[in-house]
Design a protein around this ligand. Structure first.
Ligand code: PLP
Length: 463
C-alpha cells in the first residue's frame, strides 16, 4: 500500500514514511492510494476475532509488509495492554435501538488513546530501528495532548511538545498534561483558542525546511495512522451487535470536532463495512452540521461549550472527505482549499450535496440539550454520559430513522468533564487515576498566541 496527497503532488509514499511525514509535503493530507476492500466473506471471518487480532488483520492491509507480522503483533499488544478492559472498546446497550461504543478505557480516559497508544509504540519502533531523533509537535483541544503525552513520556530519542489553548481545556485535561514532568515533554499554554493552535501547527509543518531541520512528526489526526487505528472499532462494534448475514440498518453517531473520528467511520464504510448512515454530532461550533445540511463550509464565531474537545471551527480532516466526495479529484480539492484560503468558505453544488446527504446526517446539539441528555440517561438508564458522548446520543435521537439501530460513540469518561456533570446536579465518583491528579505538581510554559513566540520555544526545546 502506498500513500498519496489529497492535493496530488505527493505519491508513492510507503507506510512508515507516511507515518513520519504527517502532513503531506504539498500541504495536503495523506490518504491510501487505494482503499483496501474487505469482502463479505472476509468480514465474516473477522467477526470472532479478539480486539487486538482485529487490529492486526486491518493494519496488515495498510502496513503492507513494511513491518514484519511478528513485530506488528508485539506493537499492537503493547499498545492495548494499557487499557483497563481486554475488550478495549466494549459495546453497551442503552435501549432497544441504541448502543454505546465505549472508547474511554485507555490511560487518559478518552478515545484518543486508541490511536495514540499505538502511535507512541510506533514512534519508538522507528526511533530504535533508525537511530533517528523524533520531535513530536501537536495541538490539542484537550484529549489528544493528554493521550500523546501518556504514550510518549520518557521514551528514548523522542521529544514531545503540545500546544493547548490556555483556560479552554477542562481541569482534568490540563492536569493530565501538565503533571507529567518528564524532560522529554513540553506543554505550551497558548493565548487563543484551539483553531489558533491548530493553524500555527499546520504552518510549522508546511515549512518543509523547518520540519526537516527539527525532525518534526505529527500526532494530530492530520496523521493518517490515527485514522487507520480508529477504523478498527467500527468493525468491532458492528460484529458485537449483528448476527452473520444480518440485514439490519446500522448507523454510527459520532461526536465530531476535527472530522477525524467520523472520517475513520467513513473509511470503514468505504472498506466494505455495511454502515447505513454516519450521524455527525456537533456542539454549537457547528460548521460541519451546516456543511452537511446546507452545502456551505464556513467558520462562524468560536464558542466555548460544555464539550471543549469539540470546540473547533476549522476541521483539519475535512479535506480528506472532500477528496472522496469529488471522486478523488485532486485539482478540485486544490481549488476548494484555495477558495477557502481566499474567501473563507467552500460551497458545493446540489449534486455533490446529494452525495453528502446520502452518507451523512448531522445535528448540532445546543448546550441545554446536552445537559438534558446527560440528566435523562442518568435517571432513566443509570448511565452517566460525558458531555461529548451526550452530543452523540442526542444527535442519534434526532437523526436515526425507524427500524434503524444506532451505535453512538462514547468518546470520553464523564470524570474528565465534571464541569458539565456538576451543572446537571450530579455528583460523580472519580476513578483513582483522576482523583490523584490534583495533588500532583504541574509544569507548563505560557506563551503568546503568535508563531514567532512559539517557534522560539520549540527551537530551545528541540535543540
Ligand atoms: C477529540 C474528541 C472528539 C472529536 O473527535 P474528532 O476526531 O476531532 O472529530 C470528541 N470527543 C472527545 C471526548 C474528544 O476528545
Amino acid at each position: 500500500m502506498k500513500y498519496a496527497s489529497t492535493r496530488g503532488n505527493v505519491a508513492g509514499i510507503g507506510f512508515i514514511d507516511a507515518f513520519m511525514m504527517g502532513l503531506a509535503n504539498d500541504g495536503g493530507l495523506l490518504i491510501p492510494e487505494q482503499i483496501p476492500q474487505v469482502s463479505v466473506a472476509q468480514l465474516e471471518q473477522w467477526r470472532t476475532l479478539e480486539y487486538t487480532e482485529l487490529v492486526q488483520a486491518i493494519f496488515e492491509l495498510y502496513v503492507d509488509g513494511e513491518i514484519p507480522s511478528g513485530e506488528l503483533k508485539q506493537l499492537i499488544e503493547s499498545s492495548y495492554a494499557t487499557f483497563r478492559t481486554p475488550e478495549v472498546t466494549p459495546v453497551q446497550q442503552l435501549k432497544d435501538d441504541l448502543y454505546l461504543l465505549e472508547l474511554f478505557h485507555g490511560p487518559t480516559f478518552a478515545f484518543k488513546d486508541v490511536a495514540l497508544q499505538f502511535m507512541g509504540q510506533l514512534y519508538s519502533y522507528v526511533a530504535t530501528k533508525t537511530g533517528q531523533k523524533i520531535n513530536i509537535l501537536g495541538a490539542t483541544s484537550g484529549d489528544t495532548g493528554a493521550s500523546a503525552i501518556a504514550g510518549l513520556r520518557g521514551k528514548e530519542g523522542i521529544k514531545i511538545c503540545i500546544l493547548h489553548p490556555e483556560g479552554k481545556v477542562s481541569r482534568v485535561q490540563e492536569l493530565q498534561m501538565t503533571t507529567v514532568l518528564d524532560d522529554n515533554v513540553l506543554n505550551l499554554s497558548v493565548e487563543g483558542n484551539f483553531d489558533d493552535c491548530q493553524r500555527m501547527i499546520k504552518e510549522l509543518f508546511s515549512d518543509i525546511d523547518f520540519k526537516n531541520k527539527h525532525q518534526l512528526a505529527a500526532i494530530n489526526s492530520i496523521n493518517f495512522i490515527r485514522i487507520m487505528a480508529q477504523t478498527v472499532y467500527y468493525f468491532y462494534a458492528y460484529f458485537r451487535i449483528t448476527e452473520p448475514g444480518s440485514t439490519k440498518k446500522i448507523n454510527f453517531s459520532v461526536p465530531t470536532g476535527n472530522f477525524g473520528d467520523i472520517f475513520a467511520g467513513y473509511l470503514a464504510k468505504r472498506m466494505g463495512l455495511p454502515i447505513h448512515k454516519l450521524i455527525l454530532a456537533t456542539n454549537e461550533n457547528n460548521i460541519l452540521e451546516r456543511f452537511i445540511n446546507q452545502g456551505v463550509y464556513k467558520p462562524d464565531q468560536f464558542k466555548m461549550t460544555y464539550s471543549p474537545s469539540m470546540d473547533i471551527q476549522v476541521a483539519s480532516n475535512f479535506e480528506r472527505y472532500l477528496y472522496y466526495v469529488t471522486g478523488e479529484n485532486t485539482e478540485q480539492v486544490k481549488s476548494f482549499m484555495q477558495q477557502f484560503a481566499e474567501k473563507g468558505e467552500i460551497v458545493i453544488d446540489s449534486a455533490m450535496l446529494a452525495i453528502v446527504q446520502a452518507e451523512f446526517s448531522a445535528y448540532g446539539v445546543a448546550g441545554e440539550l446536552c445537559l438534558q441528555t446527560i440528566s435523562k440517561y442518568n435517571e432513566e438508564t443509570n448511565y452517566l454520559l460525558d458531555p461529548h458522548s451526550a452530543c452523540g446520543v442526542a444527535a442519534a435521537e434526532q437523526c436515526a430513522g425507524q427500524a434503524e439501530i444506532t451505535v453512538s460513540l462514547a468518546t470520553a469518561h464523564p470524570a474528565k468533564f465534571d464541569e458539565a456533570i456538576s451543572l446537571c446536579g450530579i455528583k460523580q465518583t472519580f476513578p483513582d487515576a483522576i482523583a490523584e491528579l490534583s495533588n500532583k505538581q504541574q509544569r507548563q510554559t505560557k506563551v503568546d498566541g503568535d508563531l514567532a513566540a512559539i517557534t522560539d520555544e520549540l527551537i530551545t526545546f528541540y535543540g
